[in-house]
Design a protein around this ligand. Sequence first.
Ligand code: HEM
Length: 126
Amino acid sequence: MSRKRDIKKREDIIELVDGFYIKVRADGDLGPIFDQVAHTNWEKHLPVMYDFWENVIFHTGQYTGNPMTAHQRVHMLHPFTKAHFTRWLELFRETLHEKFEGVNTELANQRATSIATVMQLKLQAY
Ligand code: HEM
């Protein structure tokens, strides 16, 4: 029997997001975009991401931000490449499937993929 479970509550999202950003920060290409370009305040950014993903999966999060504006700002300072998006998705899916499986898990995968695709297309205009 599989020991993986589906994403069912905020605690699961916290586990996913924390695990994902540990990988992102350790990544030689993505880590510096946060730590050296955006100067991310992780204590603020992580709860924003919990809300974002809770909203995406359960429609209950408090997220009211605009991801496009946030990424445009960083993209102007340090352009995001196709390789950055490929790596971002790779790390996201890796974290997701290490711990979770099920309907909500696949929804998170699909949403990440489609948002990344749209974001990539929109950033080409800048
Ligand atoms: C090349 C891929 C990506 C890179 C390098 C990247 C990088 C960043 C950076 C540097 C920030 C700003 C953090 C801060 O406030 O200091 C950010 C914010 C954020 N990112 Fe990404 N990102 C990527 C893709 C994505 C994707 C695909 C999604 C959604 C599925 C996403 C969702 C968000 C959200 C929701 C925020 C918070 C925006 C806000 O402040 O309201 N990112 N990202």
